[in-house]
Design a protein around this ligand. Sequence first.
Ligand code: FES
Length: 147
Amino acid sequence: MMENNITRREFVKLVKRLLAITGLAALTAPIVAYFYPPKLEEEPSEPVLVGKEEEIPLNESKAVGFGRYPALVVNTPQGLRAYSAVCTHFACLVKWDKDQNAFICPCHDAAFDPIDGHVIHGPTSIPLKSYAVNVINGEIYIGGDQQ
Ligand code: FES
């Protein structure tokens, strides 16, 4: 029978090599990911599931991934509305502010109306991009070719 003996010195060398390879992979992976990002559609061609209706009470909002950028769904007294979270000024991400009843951009303080996305005030005059909203069996879907 053949014995496969490894000396302590050889074992330490092997461990050092494995650690060097692991470290090199940990350093290069983010660089590779930066130059070869995953392909995400700008906006999905299929409807995106937001969640159950009861997850968004009146005057509340929920953010969801919608292709490359997030979208915001808000439950208004006039019904559910969905918008791109990308501000139409310089593309910061707007956030829902329940107290102001508006989407507020943290960068230059633009405010957008939750009913139709129009600009309430701010440096931009372009409304938020809106998406179709459909509720099917109590589940909210946005976007896609639905109307
Ligand atoms: S980027 Fe939103 S107001 Fe300037």
